[in-house]
Design a protein around this ligand. Structure first.
Ligand SMILES: Cc1cc2nc3c(=O)[nH]c(=O)nc-3n(C[C@H](O)[C@H](O)[C@H](O)COP(=O)(O)OP(=O)(O)OC[C@H]3O[C@@H](n4cnc5c(N)ncnc54)[C@H](O)[C@@H]3O)c2cc1C
Length: 464
Protein backbone atom coordinates (compact mmCIF):
# COMPACT_ATOMS: atom_id res chain seq x y z
CA UNK A 1 0.00 0.00 0.00
CA UNK A 2 1.29 3.47 -0.92
CA UNK A 3 0.55 6.64 1.04
CA UNK A 4 -0.84 8.44 -2.03
CA UNK A 5 -2.94 7.31 -5.01
CA UNK A 6 -4.37 9.12 -8.01
CA UNK A 7 -7.76 7.61 -7.21
CA UNK A 8 -9.17 6.04 -4.05
CA UNK A 9 -12.46 4.24 -4.45
CA UNK A 10 -14.45 3.48 -1.30
CA UNK A 11 -16.62 0.42 -1.92
CA UNK A 12 -16.00 -2.50 -4.29
CA UNK A 13 -19.56 -2.98 -5.61
CA UNK A 14 -20.42 -2.44 -9.29
CA UNK A 15 -19.84 1.34 -9.26
CA UNK A 16 -16.51 1.11 -7.42
CA UNK A 17 -15.26 -1.82 -9.41
CA UNK A 18 -15.99 -0.32 -12.82
CA UNK A 19 -14.61 3.09 -11.83
CA UNK A 20 -11.41 1.55 -10.46
CA UNK A 21 -10.75 -0.47 -13.61
CA UNK A 22 -11.55 2.48 -15.87
CA UNK A 23 -9.14 4.76 -13.96
CA UNK A 24 -6.45 2.07 -14.05
CA UNK A 25 -6.90 1.75 -17.82
CA UNK A 26 -6.18 5.49 -18.02
CA UNK A 27 -2.85 4.76 -16.33
CA UNK A 28 -3.80 6.00 -12.86
CA UNK A 29 -2.73 4.46 -9.55
CA UNK A 30 -5.89 3.13 -7.90
CA UNK A 31 -6.78 1.77 -4.47
CA UNK A 32 -10.16 0.22 -3.67
CA UNK A 33 -11.01 0.20 0.04
CA UNK A 34 -13.82 -2.08 1.19
CA UNK A 35 -14.73 -3.10 4.72
CA UNK A 36 -16.31 -6.36 3.54
CA UNK A 37 -14.54 -9.68 4.04
CA UNK A 38 -14.20 -10.07 0.28
CA UNK A 39 -14.50 -7.67 -2.66
CA UNK A 40 -17.75 -7.43 -4.62
CA UNK A 41 -20.03 -5.28 -2.49
CA UNK A 42 -23.71 -5.76 -1.82
CA UNK A 43 -24.13 -6.81 -5.42
CA UNK A 44 -22.00 -9.96 -5.04
CA UNK A 45 -22.54 -10.80 -1.37
CA UNK A 46 -26.08 -9.90 -0.31
CA UNK A 47 -27.94 -8.39 -3.28
CA UNK A 48 -28.09 -9.02 -6.99
CA UNK A 49 -26.02 -12.16 -7.44
CA UNK A 50 -27.14 -14.15 -4.36
CA UNK A 51 -30.82 -13.38 -4.88
CA UNK A 52 -30.62 -14.36 -8.55
CA UNK A 53 -28.66 -17.51 -7.72
CA UNK A 54 -31.24 -18.43 -5.11
CA UNK A 55 -33.99 -17.87 -7.65
CA UNK A 56 -32.30 -20.03 -10.26
CA UNK A 57 -31.65 -22.81 -7.73
CA UNK A 58 -35.25 -22.74 -6.54
CA UNK A 59 -36.61 -22.85 -10.10
CA UNK A 60 -34.34 -25.77 -10.96
CA UNK A 61 -34.85 -27.85 -7.81
CA UNK A 62 -38.58 -27.20 -7.60
CA UNK A 63 -39.13 -28.00 -11.28
CA UNK A 64 -41.08 -24.75 -11.48
CA UNK A 65 -40.54 -24.25 -15.21
CA UNK A 66 -41.97 -27.71 -15.97
CA UNK A 67 -45.12 -27.34 -13.91
CA UNK A 68 -47.11 -25.99 -16.85
CA UNK A 69 -46.81 -29.47 -18.34
CA UNK A 70 -46.64 -31.80 -15.38
CA UNK A 71 -48.96 -30.02 -12.95
CA UNK A 72 -48.48 -27.89 -9.87
CA UNK A 73 -47.36 -30.73 -7.61
CA UNK A 74 -44.40 -31.62 -9.88
CA UNK A 75 -41.01 -31.36 -8.16
CA UNK A 76 -37.50 -32.26 -9.30
CA UNK A 77 -36.23 -32.67 -5.71
CA UNK A 78 -38.67 -33.79 -3.05
CA UNK A 79 -37.24 -32.26 0.13
CA UNK A 80 -35.50 -29.02 -0.60
CA UNK A 81 -33.52 -27.75 2.39
CA UNK A 82 -31.81 -24.43 3.12
CA UNK A 83 -28.47 -26.24 2.61
CA UNK A 84 -29.40 -27.07 -1.01
CA UNK A 85 -29.92 -23.40 -1.67
CA UNK A 86 -26.73 -22.30 0.11
CA UNK A 87 -24.45 -24.79 -1.66
CA UNK A 88 -24.99 -23.31 -5.09
CA UNK A 89 -24.84 -19.81 -3.66
CA UNK A 90 -21.34 -20.37 -2.29
CA UNK A 91 -20.04 -21.74 -5.58
CA UNK A 92 -21.44 -18.81 -7.56
CA UNK A 93 -20.21 -16.18 -5.11
CA UNK A 94 -16.70 -17.66 -4.97
CA UNK A 95 -16.55 -17.59 -8.73
CA UNK A 96 -17.75 -13.96 -8.90
CA UNK A 97 -15.14 -12.89 -6.32
CA UNK A 98 -12.36 -14.72 -8.16
CA UNK A 99 -13.27 -13.04 -11.45
CA UNK A 100 -13.25 -9.66 -9.74
CA UNK A 101 -9.92 -10.27 -7.97
CA UNK A 102 -8.38 -11.30 -11.27
CA UNK A 103 -9.76 -8.21 -12.95
CA UNK A 104 -8.20 -6.01 -10.27
CA UNK A 105 -4.87 -7.88 -10.50
CA UNK A 106 -4.81 -7.67 -14.33
CA UNK A 107 -5.40 -3.94 -14.21
CA UNK A 108 -3.06 -3.35 -11.24
CA UNK A 109 -5.85 -2.07 -9.04
CA UNK A 110 -4.87 -2.48 -5.39
CA UNK A 111 -7.48 -3.42 -2.83
CA UNK A 112 -7.53 -3.07 0.93
CA UNK A 113 -9.88 -4.55 3.50
CA UNK A 114 -10.61 -1.60 5.77
CA UNK A 115 -13.23 0.95 6.77
CA UNK A 116 -12.57 4.38 5.31
CA UNK A 117 -13.44 7.77 6.81
CA UNK A 118 -12.57 11.26 5.68
CA UNK A 119 -10.25 13.53 7.63
CA UNK A 120 -10.50 16.35 5.08
CA UNK A 121 -11.24 16.53 1.32
CA UNK A 122 -7.74 15.23 0.48
CA UNK A 123 -7.14 12.72 3.30
CA UNK A 124 -8.83 9.56 4.53
CA UNK A 125 -8.13 7.27 7.43
CA UNK A 126 -8.45 3.54 6.88
CA UNK A 127 -9.01 1.20 9.79
CA UNK A 128 -8.25 -2.50 9.35
CA UNK A 129 -10.16 -5.23 11.12
CA UNK A 130 -7.47 -5.59 13.80
CA UNK A 131 -7.75 -1.87 14.60
CA UNK A 132 -4.58 -0.75 12.75
CA UNK A 133 -5.02 2.71 11.19
CA UNK A 134 -3.33 4.51 8.29
CA UNK A 135 -3.70 7.90 6.67
CA UNK A 136 -3.88 8.02 2.89
CA UNK A 137 -4.25 10.79 0.34
CA UNK A 138 -5.62 10.79 -3.20
CA UNK A 139 -6.05 13.20 -6.08
CA UNK A 140 -9.65 12.08 -6.57
CA UNK A 141 -12.11 9.99 -4.56
CA UNK A 142 -15.18 7.98 -5.45
CA UNK A 143 -17.80 7.16 -2.83
CA UNK A 144 -19.34 3.87 -3.89
CA UNK A 145 -20.44 2.72 -0.45
CA UNK A 146 -23.92 1.59 -1.48
CA UNK A 147 -26.72 0.96 0.97
CA UNK A 148 -27.82 -1.41 3.72
CA UNK A 149 -31.31 -2.58 4.72
CA UNK A 150 -33.45 -0.04 6.58
CA UNK A 151 -34.05 -1.47 10.09
CA UNK A 152 -36.53 0.59 12.12
CA UNK A 153 -36.00 0.29 15.88
CA UNK A 154 -39.57 -0.91 16.53
CA UNK A 155 -39.01 -4.08 14.50
CA UNK A 156 -37.49 -6.77 16.78
CA UNK A 157 -34.97 -8.21 14.31
CA UNK A 158 -33.34 -11.35 15.70
CA UNK A 159 -31.51 -12.69 12.67
CA UNK A 160 -33.48 -15.95 12.76
CA UNK A 161 -37.24 -15.42 12.62
CA UNK A 162 -37.47 -11.68 12.00
CA UNK A 163 -34.90 -10.88 9.39
CA UNK A 164 -33.84 -8.41 6.71
CA UNK A 165 -32.83 -9.14 3.13
CA UNK A 166 -29.16 -9.69 4.08
CA UNK A 167 -30.04 -12.26 6.70
CA UNK A 168 -32.39 -14.28 4.53
CA UNK A 169 -29.37 -15.71 2.73
CA UNK A 170 -28.18 -17.31 5.96
CA UNK A 171 -31.30 -18.99 7.30
CA UNK A 172 -30.60 -22.44 8.71
CA UNK A 173 -33.95 -23.98 7.77
CA UNK A 174 -36.68 -23.07 5.33
CA UNK A 175 -39.68 -21.52 7.10
CA UNK A 176 -43.02 -23.33 7.17
CA UNK A 177 -44.62 -19.95 6.49
CA UNK A 178 -43.27 -16.54 5.56
CA UNK A 179 -44.66 -13.02 5.81
CA UNK A 180 -42.88 -10.41 3.70
CA UNK A 181 -43.41 -6.83 4.86
CA UNK A 182 -42.93 -4.40 1.97
CA UNK A 183 -43.86 -5.14 -1.63
CA UNK A 184 -40.97 -3.29 -3.25
CA UNK A 185 -38.71 -5.04 -5.75
CA UNK A 186 -36.74 -6.98 -3.12
CA UNK A 187 -39.85 -7.99 -1.16
CA UNK A 188 -41.67 -9.15 -4.27
CA UNK A 189 -38.65 -11.12 -5.47
CA UNK A 190 -38.19 -13.05 -2.23
CA UNK A 191 -41.95 -13.54 -1.68
CA UNK A 192 -42.31 -15.22 -5.05
CA UNK A 193 -39.09 -17.23 -4.75
CA UNK A 194 -40.31 -18.76 -1.46
CA UNK A 195 -43.76 -19.27 -2.90
CA UNK A 196 -42.15 -21.25 -5.74
CA UNK A 197 -40.76 -23.51 -2.99
CA UNK A 198 -44.37 -24.07 -1.88
CA UNK A 199 -43.82 -22.09 1.33
CA UNK A 200 -47.11 -20.32 2.18
CA UNK A 201 -46.35 -16.61 1.75
CA UNK A 202 -48.20 -13.47 2.86
CA UNK A 203 -47.09 -10.27 1.16
CA UNK A 204 -47.91 -7.15 3.18
CA UNK A 205 -47.86 -3.65 1.72
CA UNK A 206 -49.31 -0.59 3.48
CA UNK A 207 -50.09 1.12 0.17
CA UNK A 208 -52.93 -0.02 -2.07
CA UNK A 209 -50.60 -0.49 -5.05
CA UNK A 210 -47.19 -2.04 -5.67
CA UNK A 211 -44.36 -1.54 -8.18
CA UNK A 212 -45.80 1.80 -9.24
CA UNK A 213 -43.09 2.44 -11.85
CA UNK A 214 -44.29 -0.58 -13.86
CA UNK A 215 -47.18 -0.49 -16.35
CA UNK A 216 -50.41 -1.13 -14.41
CA UNK A 217 -51.66 -3.87 -16.73
CA UNK A 218 -48.44 -5.83 -16.24
CA UNK A 219 -48.67 -5.46 -12.45
CA UNK A 220 -52.33 -6.57 -12.56
CA UNK A 221 -51.35 -9.67 -14.55
CA UNK A 222 -48.55 -10.36 -12.04
CA UNK A 223 -50.89 -9.97 -9.06
CA UNK A 224 -53.40 -12.31 -10.68
CA UNK A 225 -50.64 -14.89 -11.05
CA UNK A 226 -49.60 -14.50 -7.38
CA UNK A 227 -53.17 -14.90 -6.12
CA UNK A 228 -53.76 -17.85 -8.44
CA UNK A 229 -50.94 -19.78 -6.82
CA UNK A 230 -51.92 -18.95 -3.28
CA UNK A 231 -49.78 -15.96 -2.28
CA UNK A 232 -51.89 -13.99 0.23
CA UNK A 233 -51.80 -10.27 -0.44
CA UNK A 234 -52.56 -7.83 2.38
CA UNK A 235 -52.49 -4.40 0.80
CA UNK A 236 -53.67 -0.96 1.83
CA UNK A 237 -53.34 -1.43 5.60
CA UNK A 238 -50.25 -0.33 7.55
CA UNK A 239 -48.48 -2.63 9.98
CA UNK A 240 -48.92 -1.65 13.63
CA UNK A 241 -46.48 -3.99 15.37
CA UNK A 242 -44.24 -6.93 14.65
CA UNK A 243 -43.86 -9.37 17.56
CA UNK A 244 -41.96 -12.52 18.27
CA UNK A 245 -43.65 -15.32 20.28
CA UNK A 246 -42.12 -18.71 21.16
CA UNK A 247 -42.65 -20.64 17.96
CA UNK A 248 -44.16 -18.02 15.71
CA UNK A 249 -44.21 -14.32 14.86
CA UNK A 250 -47.13 -11.95 14.63
CA UNK A 251 -47.70 -9.03 12.30
CA UNK A 252 -50.50 -6.89 13.69
CA UNK A 253 -52.18 -4.54 11.25
CA UNK A 254 -53.73 -1.20 12.29
CA UNK A 255 -57.18 -2.51 11.35
CA UNK A 256 -56.94 -5.20 14.03
CA UNK A 257 -56.09 -8.06 11.68
CA UNK A 258 -53.10 -10.21 12.66
CA UNK A 259 -50.94 -12.54 10.59
CA UNK A 260 -49.28 -15.43 12.36
CA UNK A 261 -46.19 -16.75 10.59
CA UNK A 262 -43.01 -18.67 11.30
CA UNK A 263 -40.71 -16.09 9.72
CA UNK A 264 -40.92 -12.43 8.79
CA UNK A 265 -38.80 -10.82 6.10
CA UNK A 266 -38.82 -7.05 6.58
CA UNK A 267 -37.96 -5.22 3.35
CA UNK A 268 -39.07 -1.62 3.64
CA UNK A 269 -36.30 0.12 1.76
CA UNK A 270 -32.59 0.73 2.22
CA UNK A 271 -30.40 3.54 3.58
CA UNK A 272 -27.14 4.94 2.22
CA UNK A 273 -24.09 3.48 4.02
CA UNK A 274 -22.60 6.93 4.60
CA UNK A 275 -22.64 7.08 8.40
CA UNK A 276 -19.07 5.80 8.86
CA UNK A 277 -17.53 8.09 6.23
CA UNK A 278 -17.36 11.20 8.44
CA UNK A 279 -18.72 13.33 5.60
CA UNK A 280 -18.93 16.34 7.94
CA UNK A 281 -15.15 16.58 7.58
CA UNK A 282 -15.56 17.43 3.90
CA UNK A 283 -18.78 19.41 4.22
CA UNK A 284 -20.95 16.95 2.29
CA UNK A 285 -24.58 16.56 3.33
CA UNK A 286 -26.79 13.50 3.05
CA UNK A 287 -30.58 13.26 2.82
CA UNK A 288 -32.80 11.60 5.44
CA UNK A 289 -31.95 8.17 3.99
CA UNK A 290 -28.17 8.75 4.04
CA UNK A 291 -27.83 9.39 0.30
CA UNK A 292 -25.65 12.03 -1.34
CA UNK A 293 -26.43 14.32 -4.26
CA UNK A 294 -24.25 14.50 -7.37
CA UNK A 295 -24.24 16.25 -10.70
CA UNK A 296 -25.93 13.51 -12.76
CA UNK A 297 -23.77 14.18 -15.84
CA UNK A 298 -20.37 13.81 -14.16
CA UNK A 299 -21.24 12.15 -10.81
CA UNK A 300 -19.15 14.77 -8.98
CA UNK A 301 -20.49 15.86 -5.58
CA UNK A 302 -20.56 19.48 -4.42
CA UNK A 303 -17.00 18.91 -3.11
CA UNK A 304 -14.61 19.23 -6.08
CA UNK A 305 -12.69 16.02 -6.76
CA UNK A 306 -15.06 13.83 -4.74
CA UNK A 307 -17.40 11.73 -6.83
CA UNK A 308 -20.22 9.38 -5.83
CA UNK A 309 -21.94 6.63 -7.81
CA UNK A 310 -24.16 3.59 -7.36
CA UNK A 311 -26.89 3.13 -4.77
CA UNK A 312 -25.50 5.84 -2.49
CA UNK A 313 -26.84 8.47 -4.94
CA UNK A 314 -30.33 6.94 -5.03
CA UNK A 315 -32.53 6.11 -8.03
CA UNK A 316 -32.41 3.81 -9.95
CA UNK A 317 -30.28 1.78 -7.49
CA UNK A 318 -29.40 -1.02 -9.87
CA UNK A 319 -26.14 -2.90 -10.34
CA UNK A 320 -26.52 -2.34 -14.08
CA UNK A 321 -26.70 1.45 -13.80
CA UNK A 322 -24.08 1.57 -10.99
CA UNK A 323 -21.49 0.03 -13.34
CA UNK A 324 -22.07 2.71 -15.94
CA UNK A 325 -22.11 5.53 -13.39
CA UNK A 326 -18.75 4.37 -12.02
CA UNK A 327 -17.21 4.36 -15.48
CA UNK A 328 -18.48 7.86 -16.30
CA UNK A 329 -17.30 9.20 -12.92
CA UNK A 330 -13.76 7.86 -13.47
CA UNK A 331 -13.62 9.25 -17.01
CA UNK A 332 -14.75 12.65 -15.80
CA UNK A 333 -12.36 12.64 -12.84
CA UNK A 334 -9.38 12.17 -15.13
CA UNK A 335 -10.31 14.57 -17.89
CA UNK A 336 -12.02 12.21 -20.33
CA UNK A 337 -15.68 13.20 -20.07
CA UNK A 338 -17.91 10.89 -22.10
CA UNK A 339 -18.64 12.37 -25.49
CA UNK A 340 -22.07 10.86 -25.91
CA UNK A 341 -24.91 11.23 -23.45
CA UNK A 342 -26.45 8.13 -21.88
CA UNK A 343 -29.15 6.37 -23.86
CA UNK A 344 -32.54 7.75 -22.90
CA UNK A 345 -34.10 4.51 -21.68
CA UNK A 346 -32.61 1.72 -19.58
CA UNK A 347 -34.39 -1.51 -18.74
CA UNK A 348 -35.59 -2.41 -15.28
CA UNK A 349 -35.63 -6.09 -14.36
CA UNK A 350 -37.58 -7.53 -11.46
CA UNK A 351 -36.48 -11.10 -10.90
CA UNK A 352 -39.66 -12.26 -9.26
CA UNK A 353 -41.31 -15.53 -10.24
CA UNK A 354 -42.51 -14.73 -12.88
CA UNK A 355 -40.01 -12.12 -14.07
CA UNK A 356 -41.04 -8.59 -14.96
CA UNK A 357 -39.08 -6.26 -17.19
CA UNK A 358 -39.87 -2.87 -18.54
CA UNK A 359 -38.32 -0.21 -20.77
CA UNK A 360 -39.61 3.16 -21.96
CA UNK A 361 -42.96 4.73 -21.18
CA UNK A 362 -45.81 2.92 -19.45
CA UNK A 363 -49.45 3.45 -20.40
CA UNK A 364 -49.81 5.69 -17.31
CA UNK A 365 -46.85 7.78 -18.56
CA UNK A 366 -48.22 8.32 -22.08
CA UNK A 367 -51.65 9.25 -20.71
CA UNK A 368 -50.04 11.74 -18.31
CA UNK A 369 -47.95 13.23 -21.12
CA UNK A 370 -50.97 13.52 -23.41
CA UNK A 371 -49.41 11.38 -26.15
CA UNK A 372 -51.83 9.73 -28.62
CA UNK A 373 -51.00 6.02 -28.50
CA UNK A 374 -52.07 2.48 -29.28
CA UNK A 375 -51.15 -0.72 -27.45
CA UNK A 376 -50.42 -4.19 -28.75
CA UNK A 377 -50.52 -7.22 -26.50
CA UNK A 378 -49.13 -10.74 -26.91
CA UNK A 379 -49.57 -13.65 -24.54
CA UNK A 380 -46.43 -15.80 -24.28
CA UNK A 381 -48.64 -18.89 -24.56
CA UNK A 382 -49.58 -17.71 -28.07
CA UNK A 383 -46.04 -18.38 -29.28
CA UNK A 384 -45.00 -21.85 -30.39
CA UNK A 385 -42.01 -21.64 -28.08
CA UNK A 386 -44.42 -20.95 -25.25
CA UNK A 387 -46.36 -24.14 -26.17
CA UNK A 388 -43.16 -26.16 -26.22
CA UNK A 389 -42.15 -24.79 -22.82
CA UNK A 390 -45.60 -25.40 -21.36
CA UNK A 391 -46.12 -21.73 -20.51
CA UNK A 392 -49.56 -20.91 -19.22
CA UNK A 393 -49.00 -17.28 -18.25
CA UNK A 394 -46.99 -14.23 -19.25
CA UNK A 395 -47.64 -11.28 -21.53
CA UNK A 396 -45.93 -8.54 -23.49
CA UNK A 397 -47.38 -5.10 -23.99
CA UNK A 398 -46.04 -2.66 -26.58
CA UNK A 399 -46.95 1.02 -26.58
CA UNK A 400 -46.80 2.82 -29.93
CA UNK A 401 -47.14 6.53 -30.74
CA UNK A 402 -50.00 7.26 -33.14
CA UNK A 403 -48.23 10.39 -34.28
CA UNK A 404 -44.98 8.94 -35.63
CA UNK A 405 -45.44 5.15 -35.10
CA UNK A 406 -42.44 5.05 -32.73
CA UNK A 407 -42.33 2.36 -30.10
CA UNK A 408 -42.53 4.19 -26.78
CA UNK A 409 -42.51 1.36 -24.29
CA UNK A 410 -42.26 -2.41 -23.94
CA UNK A 411 -43.41 -4.19 -20.78
CA UNK A 412 -43.16 -7.90 -20.15
CA UNK A 413 -44.18 -10.28 -17.39
CA UNK A 414 -43.30 -13.94 -17.72
CA UNK A 415 -40.52 -16.35 -18.56
CA UNK A 416 -37.47 -14.70 -20.13
CA UNK A 417 -38.76 -11.15 -19.61
CA UNK A 418 -35.41 -9.76 -18.42
CA UNK A 419 -33.64 -11.07 -21.54
CA UNK A 420 -36.41 -10.35 -24.05
CA UNK A 421 -36.61 -6.71 -23.01
CA UNK A 422 -33.32 -5.81 -24.72
CA UNK A 423 -34.87 -6.13 -28.18
CA UNK A 424 -37.44 -3.52 -27.23
CA UNK A 425 -34.74 -1.39 -25.59
CA UNK A 426 -32.67 -1.33 -28.81
CA UNK A 427 -35.61 -0.38 -30.98
CA UNK A 428 -36.79 2.33 -28.56
CA UNK A 429 -33.35 3.90 -28.07
CA UNK A 430 -32.67 3.76 -31.83
CA UNK A 431 -36.00 5.55 -32.27
CA UNK A 432 -37.51 2.68 -34.24
CA UNK A 433 -41.16 2.26 -35.15
CA UNK A 434 -43.68 -0.55 -34.83
CA UNK A 435 -42.96 -1.33 -38.50
CA UNK A 436 -39.57 -2.77 -37.51
CA UNK A 437 -41.34 -5.65 -35.79
CA UNK A 438 -44.00 -6.03 -38.48
CA UNK A 439 -41.45 -6.19 -41.31
CA UNK A 440 -38.66 -8.26 -39.77
CA UNK A 441 -38.50 -12.03 -39.56
CA UNK A 442 -37.77 -13.52 -36.16
CA UNK A 443 -36.28 -16.91 -35.31
CA UNK A 444 -39.04 -19.47 -34.90
CA UNK A 445 -40.01 -20.87 -32.47
CA UNK A 446 -38.89 -18.24 -29.94
CA UNK A 447 -40.47 -16.21 -27.18
CA UNK A 448 -39.22 -13.14 -29.07
CA UNK A 449 -41.99 -13.88 -31.55
CA UNK A 450 -44.19 -12.15 -28.97
CA UNK A 451 -42.76 -8.86 -30.29
CA UNK A 452 -44.20 -9.64 -33.69
CA UNK A 453 -47.57 -10.62 -32.25
CA UNK A 454 -47.78 -7.51 -30.05
CA UNK A 455 -46.65 -5.26 -32.93
CA UNK A 456 -49.23 -6.75 -35.29
CA UNK A 457 -51.89 -6.36 -32.62
CA UNK A 458 -51.10 -2.63 -32.34
CA UNK A 459 -50.57 -2.21 -36.11
CA UNK A 460 -53.92 -3.79 -36.99
CA UNK A 461 -55.70 -1.39 -34.68
CA UNK A 462 -53.71 1.60 -35.94
CA UNK A 463 -54.51 0.93 -39.58
CA UNK A 464 -58.19 0.24 -39.02
C1 LIG B 1 -31.75 -8.35 -2.55
C2 LIG B 1 -31.27 -7.45 -3.66
C3 LIG B 1 -31.45 -7.82 -4.97
C4 LIG B 1 -31.00 -7.01 -6.01
N1 LIG B 1 -31.20 -7.40 -7.30
C5 LIG B 1 -30.74 -6.64 -8.32
C6 LIG B 1 -30.89 -7.05 -9.67
O1 LIG B 1 -31.45 -8.10 -9.94
N2 LIG B 1 -30.40 -6.28 -10.66
C7 LIG B 1 -29.74 -5.10 -10.39
O2 LIG B 1 -29.29 -4.43 -11.34
N3 LIG B 1 -29.59 -4.67 -9.11
C8 LIG B 1 -30.07 -5.41 -8.08
N4 LIG B 1 -29.91 -5.00 -6.78
C9 LIG B 1 -29.26 -3.72 -6.53
C10 LIG B 1 -27.73 -3.84 -6.60
O3 LIG B 1 -27.27 -4.83 -5.72
C11 LIG B 1 -27.14 -2.51 -6.27
O4 LIG B 1 -27.66 -1.56 -7.18
C12 LIG B 1 -25.64 -2.51 -6.36
O5 LIG B 1 -25.06 -3.45 -5.52
C13 LIG B 1 -25.11 -1.13 -5.99
O6 LIG B 1 -23.75 -1.11 -6.18
P1 LIG B 1 -22.80 -0.03 -5.51
O7 LIG B 1 -21.67 0.11 -6.45
O8 LIG B 1 -23.56 1.16 -5.11
O9 LIG B 1 -22.18 -0.73 -4.21
P2 LIG B 1 -22.66 -1.96 -3.27
O10 LIG B 1 -22.81 -3.19 -4.10
O11 LIG B 1 -23.79 -1.49 -2.49
O12 LIG B 1 -21.36 -2.12 -2.36
C14 LIG B 1 -20.92 -1.11 -1.48
C15 LIG B 1 -19.65 -1.57 -0.76
O13 LIG B 1 -19.13 -0.47 -0.01
C16 LIG B 1 -18.54 -0.98 1.18
N5 LIG B 1 -18.48 0.11 2.18
C17 LIG B 1 -19.51 0.82 2.71
N6 LIG B 1 -19.04 1.76 3.55
C18 LIG B 1 -17.69 1.63 3.57
C19 LIG B 1 -16.63 2.31 4.26
N7 LIG B 1 -16.86 3.34 5.08
N8 LIG B 1 -15.36 1.90 4.04
C20 LIG B 1 -15.09 0.87 3.22
N9 LIG B 1 -16.06 0.19 2.53
C21 LIG B 1 -17.32 0.57 2.70
C22 LIG B 1 -19.48 -2.10 1.60
O14 LIG B 1 -18.81 -3.02 2.42
C23 LIG B 1 -19.88 -2.70 0.24
O15 LIG B 1 -19.02 -3.78 -0.06
C24 LIG B 1 -30.35 -5.79 -5.72
C25 LIG B 1 -30.14 -5.42 -4.38
C26 LIG B 1 -30.60 -6.23 -3.36
C27 LIG B 1 -30.35 -5.81 -1.94
Amino acid sequence: MQAHYDFIVIGSGPAGRRAAVQAAKLGKSVLVVDKGRRVGGVSVHTGTIPSKTLRETVLNLSGWRERGFYGRSYRVKKDIAARDLRDRLLITLNHEVEVLEQQFARNRVESLRATARFLDPQRIEVEMEAGERHELTAGKYLLAVGTRPYRPTNVPFDGKRIIDSDEILEIATLPRSLAVVGAGVIGVEYATIFSALDVPVTLIEPRTTMLDFVDREIVDDFIYDLRDRGVALRMGVPVQTIERADDHCLVRMVNGRAISTEMILYTAGRVGATDTLNLEAIGLDTDARGRVTVDRASFETSVPGIYAAGDVIGFPSLASTALEQGRIAALHAFGHPTATPDAEHFPYGIYAVPEISTVGLSEQDVIKQGIAYECGVARLRETSRGHIMGLTSGMMKMIVSLEDRRVLGVHIVGEGATELIHIGQAVINLKGTVDYFVQNTFNYPTLAEAYKIAALDAWNRMTR
